[in-house]
Design a protein around this ligand. Structure first.
Ligand SMILES: [Ca+2]
Ligand SMILES: [Ca+2]
Length: 253
C-alpha cells in the first residue's frame, strides 16, 4: 500500500516534471484562525456580477495599479474565493514588474459558481507568496483560459497593456476588526472587449476569478484627485459610487 506521503511526493514530482505548479492548497481561508472571513468575502460575490456595496463602510475601492506589499512580517497570502467562469483561468503575480510567477494553475472548482467536476481548487484554498524586501509593487494578472490555452490573453492592472486596452481587475480594501488586519479582495474579468450592450462579447462581471489577499495595500480611489474615470467600471460599483456615476453622466449629457 502506498502511503499518502508518498502519493503527495509523487504528485509533486509529476507536477515538477511537466512544468506546472505544485497543488496549491497549503492554506485555507475556511480554517478556524480566519473566523468568518471566507463567508464575508464570498458574500460579496454575486452570482451574476461582482458587486461590493459599501454597506459596512469597511470596503473601499483601490487603484489596482497602486497595489504593493504592506511590509508586514507575515508576507503575502492569496486565497481563492470563487469563480464564475467558463474558462479555466490562471492567476499570476509580478513583483516590481519582474517575471510572472504562477499562483493558481487552474482556477476551477467543484464548489464554485460555474462548477467544474474536475476542478482542483476548494473554495478558500490559499497560497503563501512569502515576504518581500523594501518597497514592492505588485500586479496580479490572469491568463484567460490559460489552463487550456497557453496563448490566452494576460489581463493585469495596467489596462494599456491588456490586449483590448480595458481594465480587467477591480480591488477593494477590507479591514477585519476581529484580527485588525487589512485585506484586499480582487475580481477579474476574463472575457475580451467591451460589454455586449456596447456591441462586444463580454459581460464585464468581474467574477471570473475572485481572490482575497492578505499583506497587500493600495491607494483608495476616492481619495485620489485628477484620476480619469475607468470607463470599464460602469455598472460594477456599489450603490454609492453608482450614484456618483449617474451624476457624472447627467453632467456630461
Ligand atoms: Ca468554472
Ligand atoms: Ca465575466
Amino acid at each position: 500500500m502506498i502511503s499518502s506521503k508518498k502519493l503527495l511526493l509523487s504528485a509533486a514530482a509529476i507536477a515538477g516534471a511537466i512544468g506546472i505548479a505544485a497543488p496549491a492548497s497549503a492554506l485555507s481561508l475556511k480554517s478556524e484562525e480566519y473566523g468568518d472571513l471566507f463567508n464575508t468575502f464570498n458574500g460579496l460575490v454575486n452570482s451574476e456580477r461582482l458587486q461590493m456595496e459599501d454597506s459596512t463602510a469597511a470596503l473601499h475601492e483601490l487603484d489596482v495599479e497602486s497595489l504593493r506589499w504592506d511590509g508586514g512580517s507575515t508576507g503575502i497570502d492569496v486565497f481563492f474565493i470563487n469563480e464564475g467562469a467558463g474558462y479555466r483561468n490562471q492567476l499570476f503575480y509580478t513583483a516590481n514588474g519582474g517575471d510572472l510567477s504562477m499562483i493558481f494553475e487552474d482556477i476551477s472548482s467543484k464548489e464554485s459558481i460555474l462548477k467544474n467536476h474536475d476542478g482542483p481548487l476548494a473554495l478558500g484554498d490559499g497560497v503563501s507568496l512569502g515576504a518581500f524586501e523594501g518597497d514592492t509593487s505588485l500586479d496580479f494578472l490572469i491568463k484567460a483560459n490559460g489552463h487550456n490555452n497557453a496563448n490566452g490573453n494576460l489581463y493585469g492592472a495596467d489596462a494599456e497593456k491588456n490586449a483590448d486596452g480595458l481594465q480587467h481587475v477591480i480591488a477593494y480594501e477590507y479591514f477585519d476588526e476581529t484580527t485588525q488586519e487589512g485585506w484586499v479582495v480582487m475580481g477579474f474579468e476574463d472575457l475580451y472587449g467591451v460589454h455586449e450592450d456596447e456591441g462586444g462579447w463580454s459581460d464585464r462581471d468581474f467574477n471570473d476569478v475572485v481572490i482575497a489577499v492578505r499583506g497587500v495595500t493600495g491607494d483608495r480611489l476616492e481619495e485620489m484627485a485628477d484620476v480619469p474615470e475607468p470607463s470599464s467600471m460602469v455598472g460594477l460599483l456599489g450603490v454609492g459610487l453608482g450614484m456618483w456615476q449617474v451624476k457624472r453622466r447627467r453632467k456630461s449629457a
